[in-house]
Write a protein that binds this ligand. Sequence first.
Ligand code: 3PG
Length: 203
Amino acid sequence: MGELERFALVPLVELERAEDALPIADAFLAAGLPVMEIALRTPDALQAIEKLAAYSELLLGAGTVCTIAQAQRAAEAGAAFLVSPGFDRELVEWCLEWDMPILPGVATPSEAMAARALGLEVVKLFPAEALGGIRYLKALAAPFPGLRFVPTGGIALQQVSDYLALPQVYAVGGSFLCPRELLRSRSWDALRRLAEDALRSRR
Ligand code: 3PG
């Protein structure tokens, strides 16, 4: 998962059709952003992860992982990291036991403390913008030196550089990197250009 910091962007992909998985991956790879988080919120998500697992150059994650059973299925399908909207101690412990990198969501200091108590160094901040965005992130991070965040939720492309300017920010995630309209219209070139723009907008 260390590679996530290098690319600093985590496109959240909500796939309606498993057959779109490969063209989407091709668009991201062509842009130079070999990262995808497939949200486990559509019936085709696990099948898409299985297809994408063949792309060894892709840093492939499963998102919206809420249970250990989902974590197991995502790992079996080939996910290399997991993302959860919230903090579930048992889920995190399962991931630590099986050496599966996980970004659990935190929204409060108590959850950040729970994550730290388990030895985590990077967590997702969700829902980042609704919580108060950069101002909230700075306030939340202050008591936890060394803890890094992947803010996600309501973030737009124009905000990427401001988030990434904060040392506490490890990467920025969101569906803004893979908008539903582009998937529905199968606009793979536009998706590639969007990823290129996002990469250019980093610090
Ligand atoms: C998530 O699951 O991380 C969020 O739904 C992403 O939020 P966004 O769609 O507002 O980027």
